[in-house]
Design a protein around this ligand. Sequence first.
Ligand SMILES: [Zn+2]
Length: 431
Amino acid sequence: MSTEDIPDILLGQNGYKPNDHSLPTLVDLSRTFTSLVNGSPPNTPHFHNLSSLISPQSIDKTKGRTILFVLIDALGQNLIDKLPDSSPLRKYWTQNARAVFPSITASCLTSFFTGQYPSTHGLVGRTFLPSRSVLINPLSWKTCASRESLDDLGISTTEVFCCPNSLPSDTHFFLPKGMGNRQIQVVSSPSSTDNPPSHHLSLNTHPKIVHYETLSSSVAQLAPLTKAFATEENAGKSHLVYFYDGNVDDHTHHFGVYSPEVAADIKSVEEFLISAEQTLFNTTIVLTADHGQTDIPHSAHFDWDWPKDEDPAVQKEKDRLADMLVYAKEGGDRRFSTFHCKEGRSEEFRVGFDALFGEHFVLVPPSEIDRMRLLGPEPLETRTSQILGDWVCFPKNCANVGWGHCYYVATHSGMSKDEMLTPLVILHSLN
Ligand SMILES: [Zn+2]
């Protein structure tokens, strides 16, 4: 079997191959921005195409220019396809991009910050830390089982994110009010010669983080930053601003992909784009998403405790299987779940799991994930293989089922086109 072959039992009719690199990812965008800002040599095959879109001949090179990178969490291509032609998101749509795999926010954001694929950085949602033998949630910064703060356990940002932040050192970060982002702290380590980086600024004291209230009010905070850079002294230079918004992701999880709540969020994004285009100075806006989402009803969630009214004999077998695991909670997320088995129980677990859940799910060993290069074009790092445990659980045929019950009605982390395909929207504000 060649590297490219992904069996139908994983890909199904719905799937988009995670090892197809014909579309750019957040890794390609990250590397392209860094090359454009730092003037460093291109290190992605997509550089030529992306830089011609981001820096066309028509931009004003007589003054400094801002590249405003807008990441709208979960704004998949499926949402863009439903919009009228008049929407600025369609008017300025240039091409598709795609999620890195697994299509989980922690994997995707870490790929953007580090310019590396999940095969290298190893962040797969809930992540097993081999150095501590503990399962952690990098977004909440807590352990999954006891919900202890990683700070209290003395676990450092560097230990979790492993790869250094590769974005230009003068990047500004715009985050919604109250939101932190541990990965940004990696950038604040004094220099790459400090190895491993030892100090971590608290989020509030990071000089380059700006918190905004709403998308519409953020434009007034962005404008002076872009104006200050758009001077003749900065001619030919570019400055990167990272801008994150999570409303679409949050509302999609709770209300569904095509809900009125998500439609209202998209309207706010459209208004933000129009206002930014009119207000910002010599700025190129590059808007994309980390991943999309797919609707999954509660009746298509399964795990050790769900559905609740399980046949007692089946529940007994579920309990027997769960007891073979090192952690009651799986790693990863609902459509890419990692199972760590107790010593010597791996094969027994697979057989039992297949008998009980084989209609809906399929278990794949890390060696096969490596062969298919699902997590990136490079081989899996040893640490990443350890993070994946004994088995990764995929929805069979990429169907709309999820492992692990929750009250969400839509989710992501799998390889369906809804989860994998994202838009790349680019416009230039030439004020
Ligand atoms: Zn999400």
